[in-house]
Design a protein around this ligand. Structure first.
Ligand code: BTN
Length: 261
């Protein structure tokens, strides 16, 4: 029987049906220091890493963020995690971002008395500040999705000088918000547990939770895409992970974009 991972043909069925052969988190490659866990996981996936395999690092020397930006990866202070996913062909990389964001929010809330929010398309926020980001990319062979590399960086124990300067949504860490140090591996295990739990939940519920947590839905926002700026009311994020914006020219659907001031 075919593995039914991340199937969401109808919203009422679990993201993954019951015949999971592998847990997310196994096998694992851990590096004290590496370039980018996404790069290593990508190479491993090409060499047949199974669904659920993960790459973690204590330090990244070339951590990658969205739009090719650097992801500052202070040694031993954050979670630098990449997951190899081999979902059904109906599951898209941008949906994977939503899934991982919900898992991360839950893990942060289990780790401290905090309220975690999402900022479409890929940010995790605490008190309106960026505590983490997600970078998912799909590898397509002909028209088939061969695998997704789902990378997440979470700032756990960084102090002010160890965080990058950001113009809007400044960077923070779990430690800065909770006022105490955390065990990085413990938070990482919580993210993995939540990912495994989410595989059993139905897509409609996960998608709904992402929307509930998203900071700007219903508000007027500016969105930059391909050097153009759009203004409008953020209406909703659809089941495929696209943002719908009501602009003066009508409704527009975005797969990506940067929230602008
Ligand atoms: C963003 O720009 O917000 C996304 C950041 C994603 C960073 C993570 S850290 C683990 C994985 N390895 C990388 O090189 N990037 C992702």
């Amino acid at each position: 029987m075919l593995p039914n991972r991340f199937l969401f043909l109808t919203c009422a069925i679990p993201v993954s049906l019951h015949n999971i052969k592998r847990m997310i988190g196994e096998p694992r490659q851990h590096f004290e220091r590496t370039t980018s866990t996404n790069l290593i996981a990508h190479q491993w996936a090409i060499e047949d890493a199974p669904h659920g395999a993960i790459v973690t690092a204590s330090e990244q020397t070339a951590g990658v963020g969205r739009r090719g930006r650097e992801w500052v990866s202070t040694p031993g202070k954050g979670i630098y995690l990449s997951i190899v996913l081999r979902p059904q062909k109906y599951f898209l990389p941008q949906q994977c971002t939503l899934l991982l964001a919900v898992a991360a929010c839950r893990a942060l809330e289990e780790s401290a008395d905090v309220c975690a929010q999402t900022k479409w398309p890929n940010d995790i926020l605490l008190q309106g500040k960026k505590v983490g980001g997600i970078l998912c990319s799909g590898e397509w062979r002909q028209d088939e999705l061969a695998f997704i590399i789902a990378g997440i960086g979470l700032n756990i124990n960084q102090t002010t000088g160890e965080l990058p300067a950001r113009p809007i949504y400044p960077a923070t860490s779990l430690r800065q918000i909770s006022g105490k140090e955390h065990d990085v591996e413990d938070v990482l295990q919580k993210v993995l547990l939540e990912m495994n739990a989410l595989e059993q939940e139905n897509w409609a519920a996960i998608h709904d939770e992402f929307q509930q947590r998203c900071i700007f839905l219903g508000e007027v926002i500016g969105l930059r895409e391909d050097n153009k700026k759009y203004f409008g009311i953020a209406q909703r994020i659809d089941e495929e992970g696209f943002l719908w914006l009501r602009t003066a020219d009508g409704l527009r659907r975005f797969v990506n974009g940067e929230i602008a001031e």
